[in-house]
Design a binder for this molecule. Structure first.
Ligand SMILES: Nc1nc2c(c(=O)[nH]1)N[C@H]1C(S)=C(S)[C@@H](COP(=O)(O)O)O[C@H]1N2
Ligand SMILES: [Mo]
Length: 218
């Protein structure tokens, strides 16, 4: 009997094991004392500013689609019914925008990125994602940052449908990175072997964007 050989590990299981051994998920788990809740150089706001490229696409639910492809075992294009049939999660998180405003205690409703990853199963070679918005926006994130337990594809905010100006019907929220990584009107997710700059990254923003390290510009 060979004790070293587990039954059958799926590729995702193996990826998760590898990430765990590399400590890749630690970023989202760091508990900071309340006094350190505001990252360096940020100030607190109570309202919720709107920032985008000046175009706010009007995406009807009947036409909504999210295409997930690249280095995944199961590429899929979800429609609204398919998206809403995935496990639904509520997550509370803070927003930190690179333009120095932060907003606490946002209650998001939607699909945890982990549940999306379970569905599509990233291949071992996938290390980075390019996120696409239906306004033509793009932004890149490492897979390990996308996969943290509190990242979410949000269709709700404070119990109401996410407003169009904030990226509704669905936007990404990766709370431990600057908010420009959280693509509004998300329409596509591409799994890539290597990192590639998106819109703001081409224009001088940081490739990763950790607010605690003030990774604002490259
Ligand atoms: N599709 C899309 N997503 C986007 C942007 C954009 O222009 N288009 N702007 C980013 C930037 S720079 C920020 S700060 C946040 C702003 O989100 P908000 O308008 O909901 O505050 O969205 C990010 N996601
Ligand atoms: Mo931003």
């Amino acid at each position: 009997m060979d004790d070293d050989t587990p039954p059958v590990a799926s590729k995702l299981t193996r990826s998760k094991q590898r990430w765990a051994s590399e400590g890749k998920f630690l970023t989202g788990h760091i508990a900071r004392p309340e006094t350190e809740r505001l990252p360096p150089g940020q100030h607190l706001v109570r309202d919720w500013p709107v920032l985008d490229l000046g175009q706010q696409p009007n995406v009807q639910l009947a036409r909504w689609k999210l295409a997930i492809g690249g280095l995944v075992e199961h590429p899929v294009t979800l429609d609204w019914a398919g998206f809403m049939a995935l496990p639904q999660t509520g997550i509370r998180s803070d927003i930190h925008c690179v333009t120095t405003w932060s907003r606490y205690d946002n209650d998001w409703q939607g699909v945890a990125t982990r549940d999306l990853l379970d569905l599509v199963q990233p291949k071992d070679e996938a290390g980075y994602l390019m996120l696409h918005g239906s306004d033509g926006y793009t932004t890149n994130v490492p897979l390990a940052d996308f996969a943290v337990p509190n990242a979410i594809l949000a269709h709700g905010w404070q119990g109401k449908p996410l407003a169009r100006e904030h990226g509704g019907p669905v936007r990404l929220v990766v709370p431990h990175l600057y908010f420009w990584k959280s693509a509004k009107w998300i329409s596509g997710i591409d799994f890539l072997p290597a990192d590639k700059p998106g819109f703001w990254e081409v224009n001088g923003y940081h490739m990763r964007g950790d607010p605690w390290a003030e990774e604002r510009y490259s």
